[in-house]
Design a protein around this ligand. Structure first.
Ligand code: ATP
Ligand code: MG
Length: 331
């Protein structure tokens, strides 16, 4: 594995085995995350973003499981590790922050003490005083006003947004090599959100770590991610450097996402076609053609019958769409 490649996900397929049948939530996802990089995973609700995160952490909830795929973290195949080794890596190197994570805090310990413990867990020789100072500094970094006083509060004494910031601070004090933030700042006030995301970026740069930022918010992707992967129906449909994706989006679904936030102009009639047919296909029975077929304003006959592959259209830019098939004929 290349020196700076931290995580490689190959052909990941994860399903939920329900009474109705197999829900194909993740349908062959490939991702790479390098040190120093923030990768955004974006897509509407139900796209499979959280299922990707849980698959990487080997925490897919019942009745789900990873069906096939490889997840290589540094030189280790995460899906093949025994639970004990995996738990160790999860605690030390990988961190997953979910929304509304208050219940991850110990209700009986002050938040300052919990943060100080998180700091010392990885720096056993740190003094109690240093740990306390770092805890307070982290509280300030995630936007908690009057952190010195609030350090002695118990979790139930804090608002939901404040508790969420403590959970984020805890994850960061653990110094993860790979931070997976799944809508971690959802619901936080925008200025606080910006401060927290800046803190992610700064720590990742300083520690030569990496992050996967999962969000439905393209604004977050535009501001905080180096690269972005767009998910639809459990697949990556487009992946590019963020600047490229916003300036020159190719997949019709990416157009739709961008038009919804007015970063991009789409013909009004195209938008109507695309938005009126939401939730067009059933993950229990993925269609043989393109998953976006029913909503796509640019669909062609081939799209109904042939499933498009994710293909490179230029360096660092891949798209899963028959419109661009011939661009990569010799790629
Ligand atoms: N426990 C479950 N049982 C059955 N189906 C599930 C379960 N959890 C998720 N799914 C289905 O898997 C698909 C992907 O869900 P997932 O939560 O990964 O999407 P998401 O992109 O994270 O959405 P959101 O933006 O709403 O968080 C959805 O169709 C969802 O209904
Ligand atoms: Mg989710």
């Amino acid at each position: 594995m290349a020196e700076d490649l931290l995580l490689a996900v190959r052909d990941l397929r994860t399903s939920y085995f329900t009474y109705e049948g197999e829900v194909h939530a993740v349908n062959g996802v490939d991702l790479e995350i390098r040190r120093g990089e923030v990768l955004g995973l974006v897509g509407e609700s139900g796209a499979g973003k959280s299922t990707v995160a849980w698959s990487i952490m080997n925490l897919v909830p019942h009745p789900g499981r990873v069906v096939t795929g490889r997840i290589t973290y540094r030189d280790q195949e995460l899906l093949r590790l025994d639970e004990e080794t995996l738990r160790e890596i999860r605690g030390k190197e990988l961190a997953l922050i979910v929304p509304n994570a208050r219940n991850q805090l110990n209700p009986l310990v002050t938040v300052g003490a919990q943060l100080a413990n998180a700091y010392r867990a990885h720096r056993p020789r740190a003094s109690a005083r240093e740990a306390r100072e770092q805890a307070v500094a982290m509280m300030a970094a995630v936007g908690i006003p009057d952190p010195r006083r609030r350090a002695s509060a118990y979790p139930h004494e804090l608002s939901g947004g404040m508790a969420q910031r403590i959970v984020i601070g805890m994850a960061l004090l653990h110094s993860p090599t790979l931070l997976i933030a799944d809508e971690a700042t959802f619901g936080l006030d925008v200025t606080i959100q910006a401060q927290v995301l800046e803190t992610f970026r700064r720590l990742i740069a300083e520690r030569h770590a990496a992050a996967l930022l999962i969000t439905r918010d393209l604004g977050i992707v535009a501001h905080y991610c180096d690269r972005a992967a767009v998910m639809y129906g459990g697949e990556i449909v487009e992946q590019a450097d963020t600047a490229r994706l916003f300036v020159d989006p190719l997949h019709p679904y990416t157009h739709l996402l961008l038009s919804a936030v007015r970063y991009y102009d789409l013909d009004r009639s195209e938008l109507d076609v695309a938005t009126t047919a939401a939730h067009s296909f059933d993950l229990l029975r993925p269609p043989p053609g393109c998953f976006f077929y029913d909503r796509c304003p640019k669909r062609m006959d081939i799209c109904r019958t042939d499933h498009p592959q994710l293909r490179p259209v230029r360096p660092n830019h891949q798209v899963r769409c028959h419109l661009y098939a011939d661009w990569s004929a010799d790629a």
